[in-house]
Design a protein around this ligand. Structure first.
Ligand code: GLV
Ligand code: MN
Ligand code: MN
Ligand code: MN
Length: 421
C-alpha cells in the first residue's frame, strides 16, 4: 500500500446514514421489544424497495450493475486492467421477520462505502471491484439459507432454487419473474479474484473480550430439518391416554431430546434450536393431530454434526414407537463447515493491526454468503462487535458508528491490497 492510500479512511457518517436510511425500508413496530425493527423477507415488495434504494446509490456512484439468473446483483467499478477477475465484496439486504439494521446491510453498504471512498480520493485499482447483493441469504421465506450465493457458487442448481416455495406456495422463480430480477449473468458465476464480507458478529465474543475486530476463521456447519409429525386430533376429555396419537407430545419429546444431546457434550459444540412450531388444530380441548417443527443444528465439527443427525433420526423411531405418531423429516438446508484460507485471515488481521485495532480470531456462529463464495475463490470475513450480548435476529441488534467504520476501514484496506495484487 502506498503512503497515500494507507492514510485514506472511509466516511463514518455517510456509512451510518446509509445504514439508517436502509433501515427505514420495511420498518415495523416490534411488539415484543417495543422497538422499531426491520422486516424485508427475501423477494417481497419490501426487499425490492431496499434493493432499489441501494441500487440507486450504486448507480450514483457510477457503478455498472448486472444481475445473475437468481437475482444476485453485481455492481462494478472498473479496474485499470478491466480484463482481470474482480475483487468481490458483498452480503445481503434481505432480513428475517424480526431484524435489526446491520445483519447483511453492513457488508453491502460497507462495500458501497469503500467504492465511494476510492472515488472521493481519486484512487484507481488494478483489478475491478464489485459489490454484490445476494438473494435470500436468510432462508426464512423459502426455507434454504444462502440460496442466492449457493446458486452463484454452483452448490445449488438454479432450477432447484427456483422451485422452492414459501408458506403460501409462492415460488422463488415466480417472485424473480414478477420483480424482473432474472439477469443475464450465468450461474455459477466466474470466480472472482477474492471475496470479502464485513458483518456484525451476531454473538457476544468480541464485546466480552473487549476486541474491536473479529478475524473470521470460518463458518460452522448448518443443518435445517423440517419435521412433519402426524398424530390424531381427538377429544381432550374423552380420549384415554393409550388411545392417543399426540403429535404435540412427540414434538415436545424431540425438543427436550435435542437439548439433552447438546448438554451431553457428546456432539462437540452442537447447538440445536426448534424455532418454529405449527400446531393443528391448536385448540385447548383437542389432542394435537399434526405438528410441524423445524430443527436448526449448528456445529463447527462436520463429523459430530453427521453423528447428531444420525442419532436424532434414530430417536424419531423411538418417539414413533412410544406415541404412535409418524414423523417425516425433510432436510431443507445443509452446509459443511468452511475454513477461510489462512492468507485471507492474515490479510484481515494485518489491516486491523496497522489501523491500531485490537482483534481476535473467531469462528462464525451464523451462516454467511462468504461460506458459499469460498467454493469459488479465496474468501475472508471481518466481524464488528455488537452491543447487548451481541443479540441479533432481533430489533435490539446494534453496533456503534465507530465499530462499523472500523470494520469498513479494514475492508477498504484489504480490498486495496487485493485489487492491486
Ligand atoms: C442465517 O442468518 C443464519 O445463520 O441462520
Ligand atoms: Mn447476515
Ligand atoms: Mn441473519
Ligand atoms: Mn445469515
Amino acid at each position: 500500500m502506498t503512503a497515500d492510500t494507507a492514510l485514506v479512511r472511509i466516511d463514518k457518517d455517510r456509512l451510518w446514514d446509509s445504514l439508517t436510511e436502509l433501515g427505514e425500508v420495511g420498518a415495523y413496530h416490534d411488539e415484543d421489544t417495543d422497538l422499531q425493527g426491520v422486516r424485508r423477507l427475501a423477494l417481497t415488495d419490501e426487499d425490492i424497495a431496499g434493493r432499489e434504494l441501494v441500487m440507486g446509490w450504486m448507480r450514483e456512484a457510477g457503478l455498472a450493475l448486472r444481475r445473475d439468473r437468481i437475482g444476485n446483483v453485481y455492481a462494478r467499478r472498473a479496474g485499470e486492467d478491466d480484463s482481470l477477475p474482480p475483487v468481490l465484496v458483498g452480503s445481503h439486504i434481505d432480513s428475517v421477520a424480526t431484524a435489526g439494521r446491520f445483519d447483511g446491510c453492513l457488508g453491502v453498504l460497507g462495500g458501497l462505502e469503500v467504492v465511494r471512498t476510492l472515488d472521493d480520493n481519486g484512487i484507481s485499482t488494478r483489478r475491478p471491484v464489485e459489490v454484490a447483493i445476494f438473494t435470500e441469504e436468510e432462508g426464512v421465506r423459502f426455507g434454504t439459507d444462502m440460496l442466492g450465493s449457493a446458486v452463484a457458487a454452483g452448490r445449488i442448481q438454479l432450477a432447484d432454487a427456483r422451485s422452492q416455495v414459501d408458506r403460501d406456495g409462492v415460488s422463488v422463480g415466480a417472485e424473480l419473474d414478477r420483480h424482473g430480477l432474472v439477469g443475464d449473468v450465468a450461474v455459477p458465476i466466474q470466480p472472482p479474484h477474492a471475496y470479502l464480507e464485513c458483518h456484525i458478529e451476531q454473538g457476544p465474543i468480541l464485546a466480552a473480550g473487549g476486541k474491536q475486530i473479529g478475524v473470521v476463521r470460518g463458518v460452522q456447519a448448518i443443518t435445517w430439518l423440517e419435521l412433519t409429525i402426524g398424530g390424531r386430533a381427538a377429544h381432550a376429555g374423552a380420549t384415554p391416554q393409550h388411545l392417543r396419537k399426540n403429535a404435540g407430545l412427540a414434538a415436545a419429546m424431540i425438543t427436550v431430546h435435542l437439548n439433552g444431546m447438546v448438554e451431553s457434550g457428546d456432539y462437540g459444540r452442537l447447538l440445536a434450536t426448534v424455532g418454529r412450531q405449527d400446531n393443528y388444530p391448536n385448540l385447548i380441548n383437542i389432542v394435537p393431530g399434526n405438528v410441524l417443527i423445524t430443527v436448526d443444528l449448528r456445529n463447527p465439527d462436520g463429523e459430530a454434526m453427521q453423528r447428531s443427525i444420525d442419532d436424532l433420526q434414530a430417536y424419531f423411531a423411538e418417539v414413533e414407537e412410544t406415541t404412535g405418531v409418524t414423523i417425516t423429516s425433510r432436510t431443507t438446508a445443509r452446509t459443511p463447515p468452511v475454513d477461510f484460507p489462512e492468507h485471507m485471515q492474515d490479510l484481515v488481521e494485518k489491516q486491523a493491526t496497522e489501523l491500531g485495532l485490537t482483534c481476535d480470531r473467531i469462528t462464525s456462529g451464523a451462516g454467511h454468503d462468504a461460506g458459499e463464495i469460498a467454493a469459488l475463490s479465496p474468501a475472508g470475513m471481518i466481524f464488528v462487535p455488537g452491543l447487548y450480548d451481541g443479540i441479533s435476529h432481533n430489533p435490539r441488534e446494534y453496533s456503534t458508528p465507530e465499530a462499523c467504520a472500523d470494520g469498513i476501514n479494514v475492508l477498504l484496506r484489504a480490498v486495496l491490497e487485493l485489487a492491486n495484487s
